[in-house]
Design a protein around this ligand. Structure first.
Ligand SMILES: Cc1ncc(COP(=O)(O)O)c(C=O)c1O
Length: 409
């Protein structure tokens, strides 16, 4: 991993701070990854095969769960998990609206209805307290999303689901390595779904996904479903899909997995520095900082602040002028998307979600982000808010650097 030390505090003012830069990680792993890819090419085994079996074994161990079944993407993992429960027309599945599209599109693609429930204002995770009221005799599953790398309130959801015979499918696509009350994401629901999209904490060099489960029968069904329901060859027990993972992606992921804990620590360190930096600058009333709930191990796939003064988009433009990358996860919540208009969720129907869509701003965070780059992000945001009321030297000069130093571990 590259050193987090400042390259040059004085001359860096005009350099860009990318939201994410995968090339830095690749540089450090180049030789290992190329050797692994070369090995796959020489083996001629491009689909499933030993690299995929190895990935499944190691990921199951990493998550502390009995089975892992690899597939082609996180979106497919969600689809396959629902297929394993025979979700179809007439069924309902409870999902947050504040998530990536695939959480709900998997439900719709099977002819079932996504039932959107509001989120907690601070974590942006599904508000477990609101779920019970939305359960009906048609509810087949709940899909909590561990958004930004922090687990949803799984105990409450599990208890609700168990008493009513409903499946809990974790959308852990942003949360590999996250923890909740001593257990890992992937071991908290009946099935969990992971994405290895390149920007995830464990990213492939293309699309890749995986499901985990502690249940033997479900694991077997997921394996069948990802390969056209075929067993033995050309005999189809179920109507599945083609969602076989290719060996190249598995080989890349097998190289990267041993580094994941170190990368998660680096993300946590950077999250702590952001939080301390914003607090030290006195902007944390307007720039509301991410909250980590007790007994959670956050893996910071994203560091997302809430800009509470209605000027999020202006601030984003200001940062873009300074070449600081940001993103909005997500600008239009799913219940307000055109393709779900027929479900009839009007403006204001999920107020906390809609407020989050207007306020959230994701800042650069990745293991190789340098401390100097981070300090420039904090200083730029502080400048935007307090340049009038505080001398600039407080924010960008030695005092700011001293504050930033104070939060280095
Ligand atoms: C919460 C969530 N669910 C599902 C997915 C879908 O994963 P993939 O892009 O691998 O299909 C993603 C990935 O962006 C995600 O963030």
């Amino acid at each position: 991993m590259s050193s987090p030390q400042s390259a040059s505090a004085g001359s860096a003012a005009s350099a860009s701070v990318p939201l994410f830069d995968i090339s830095r990680q690749h540089q450090t792993l180049h030789a290992e990854i190329m050797a692994a890819l070369e090995r796959v090419c020489s083996s001629g085994q491009f689909i499933l095969g030993p690299d995929v079996v190895e990935l499944e074994k190691r990921t199951a161990e990493y998550c502390g769960v009995k089975h892992a079944v690899a597939c082609a993407s996180g979106s497919d993992a969600l689809l396959l998990a629902l297929m394993a429960y025979d979700v179809g027309p007439g069924d309902e599945v409870i999902v947050p609206s504040y998530t990536f599209f695939a959480t709900a599109s998997a439900v719709t693609r099977l002819g079932a209805v996504p039932v959107f429930v509001d989120i907690e204002a601070d974590t942006c995770n599904l508000d477990a307290a609101l779920v019970a009221a939305r359960i009906t005799p048609r509810t087949k599953a709940i899909i909590p999303v561990h958004l930004y790398g922090q687990c949803a309130d799984m105990d409450v959801l599990r208890e609700l689901a168990e008493t009513r015979g409903i499946a809990v499918i974790e959308d852990a696509c942003q949360a590999i390595g996250a923890g909740y009350r001593g257990k890992s994401a992937g071991a908290l629901g009946d099935i969990a779904c992971f994405s290895f999209y390149p920007t995830k904490n464990l990213g492939a060099y293309g699309d890749a996904g995986l499901m985990t489960t502690g249940d033997d029968a479900l694991a077997d069904k997921l394996k069948l479903l990802r390969g056209h329901g075929m067993r033995p060859r050309y005999y189809h027990q179920l109507v599945g899909i083609n969602s076989r993972l290719d060996s190249m992606q598995a080989a890349v992921l097998n190289v990267k997995l041993p580094y994941l804990e170190r990368w998660s620590d680096a993300r946590r360190e950077r999250a702590a520095r952001y939080t301390a930096g914003f607090q030290a600058c006195g902007v944390s009333d307007v720039v509301r900082l991410p909250v980590v709930r007790p007994e959670r191990r956050h893996v910071w796939n994203q560091y997302v602040v809430h800009i509470a003064d209605g000027r999020r988009d202006e601030l984003r433009a200001y940062l873009a002028e300074r070449k600081i990358g940001t993103e909005i996860y997500y600008p239009v919540p799913l219940h307000r998307q055109e393709c779900f208009a027929h479900l009839g969720y009007g403006a204001g129907s999920l107020p906390v979600t809609e407020r989050a869509a207007a306020e959230t701003l994701a800042l650069p965070i990745f293991p190789e982000l340098t401390f100097d780059e981070q300090d420039r992000v904090v200083a730029a945001i502080a400048d935007y808010y307090v340049a009038q009321s505080a001398p600039r030297a407080m924010l960008t000069g030695p005092n700011f650097l001293k504050l930033a130093d104070g939060v280095r571990r």
